[in-house]
Write a protein that binds this ligand. Sequence first.
Ligand code: KIV
Length: 274
Amino acid sequence: MSVAKRDDEIKKVTTHRLMSMKQLNEKISMLTAYDYTMATLVDQAGMDVILIGDSASNVMAGHETTLSITLDQMIYHASSVVRAVRRALVVCDMPFGTYQVNATEGVKNAIRIIQESGCDALKLEGGVEILDTVKAILNAGIPVMGHLGLTPQSIHKFGTYAVRAKEEAEAEKLVSDAHALEEVGCFTVVLEKIPAALAARVTSELSIPTIGIGAGGATDGQVLVVQDMLGMNQGFKPKFLRQYANLAETITTAVQSYIHDVKTQDFPNEKEGY
Ligand code: KIV
């Protein structure tokens, strides 16, 4: 049985803690959350890192891609999550268009997310192309998580959500991007949908932790979208996804029972009124 800890007993996960987890060979757990209720449950379960992913664009808003979500919308999701979390490190994605123009605009938008949401760190997609912006954000004192491989903000360039870096040239670029992100001071790198052997190589060459999604078991941690692993997203079942619950079925059954009880006047009963 788990006993709830008081706030003053909870030790907040830091970027430094993630670095020592890599050194101690302790795997890092990371899940997305976009709202207060889910973030409360995920944090209380003991998650190390909670990501306000721009996948909120798909999962919460029903868009086809992550490109549609705005800075204000990400700040709204992030501030809801921050209000819930006591222990996990809270990382927020910088949405498409907020850091690609130039370093000055990138830092301005990064500061807005940190100041208005209260999150601990930011995640940016890309390697050497965005290095000046990553450096400028780090210089402002904001920790940065990199993201390489299948970077969904570039979906129109890729044309497909298939595995990335299977060819040597793309794999070598990914390795040098990962080193460049480490050298400028990123505290972790997410590796999305790349061959397991390549993720293992990057993980062994870097001293900062790697967090994988569809990148095999050798990375220093794993991340999934919470609605996917809870089985809420019926149409999405990629090979890398392990489903830990079937909440789509649980919710549908509960909602159907409620409809039935309302229609048959079983709900509310006498005890459920004033
Ligand atoms: O937006 C997101 O949810 C992500 C993770 C899948 C890594 O970037």
